[in-house]
Design a protein around this ligand. Structure first.
Ligand code: NAP
Length: 247
């Protein structure tokens, strides 16, 4: 996959991993469009990246998605990469919580179902391009869950399974490549409640994506995800323990 002269849409590009992907790809001669819900945060982020386009849009809202897709057809008919990065997680206890269903529904909607919807709606545009890619941002927890993030882990496991199928389905009839970006703990706003300060910087995740494009490496195991993946194949029980240390 080429790493310059692309037009990318990055959902949730106003902070964290999405912002760093936007910054890196913009500096590498790509046209970048970022979305987010909070307009002020989005504008502030856009002001920090030359030539980026910011569009306020919530991936979980069907009307927002329809408007976004319409605007992309109109203003960016050359769009050839979609990065499904917007996501949310709730830290909660399956044994104590009484809101498991509601929290899981929100996570599934944002992290999993909204990705399906946006991809489905953008496929006709992507199919027109000579070279195109979909990047789904899942997580290390897609391989082995952490029980404090149980329902988040399940949403990312669903996204992982879907990404495998989407890759196969699109490879049969289109030129669209499907990448899955699987970060470990990353130091962003998102992860502070689970010790994110000790995570890797989001810029490392962005660099891993660029390198994976160069090498057409479709499943991207960033940092510790590579070790955890290997462990989950050789010993699923040890992988589960590694993600859920005792004490
Ligand atoms: N941080 C980690 O340790 C880690 C590890 C593995 C995977 N990930 C995954 O990486 C992705 C990015 O996480 P991050 O750590 O960079 O998070 P972050 O720093 O909290 O940034 C999230 C970004 O997504 C936007 N966003 C959230 N909900 C949205 C929605 N419904 N529609 C549109 N934009 C939305 C946020 O802006 P607004 O709030 O203004 O909308 C923000 O720009 C997520 O999918 C996450 O699951 C993170």
């Amino acid at each position: 996959m080429k790493t310059s002269q692309n037009t990318l849409l990055i959902t949730g590009g106003s902070a964290g991993i999405g912002f760093e992907i936007a910054r890196l790809f913009a500096s590498n001669y790509n046209q970048v469009i970022i979305t987010g819900r909070d307009s002020d945060r989005l504008q502030q982020a856009a002001a920090r990246i030359p030539h980026v386009t910011a569009i306020q849009s919530d991936v979980s809202q069907p009307e927002d998605v329809d408007q976004l897709v319409e605007q992309l057809w109109q203003d960016f008919p050359q769009l050839n990469i979609v990065v499904n990065n917007a996501g949310l997680a709730y830290v909660h206890s399956l044994s104590e919580n009484t809101r498991t269903f509601d929290l899981a529904r929100e996570e599934m909607l944002t992290n999993y179902l909204s990705t399906l919807r946006l991809n489905e709606k953008l496929l006709p545009l992507l199919k027109q391009q000579k070279e195109a890619a979909i990047v789904n941002v899942s997580s290390i927890v897609a391989f082995a869950p952490n029980h404090r993030l149980a329902t988040y882990g399940a949403s990312k496991a669903a996204l992982h399974s879907y990404s495998l199928s989407l890759r196969l389905a699109l490879a049969k009839t289109t030129a669209i490549r499907v990448f899955e970006l699987m970060p470990p703990l990353v130091n962003t706003d998102f992860s502070q409640e689970i010790g994110g300060a000790s995570g890797i910087p989001p810029s490392i995740v962005a660099e891993a994506l660029l390198k994976a494009f160069e090498q057409d490496q479709y499943e991207i195991h960033v940092g510790r995800t590579a070790d955890l993946y290997a462990l989950s194949r050789s010993s699923p029980a040890d992988a589960l323990l590694a993600m859920n240390p005792m004490g």
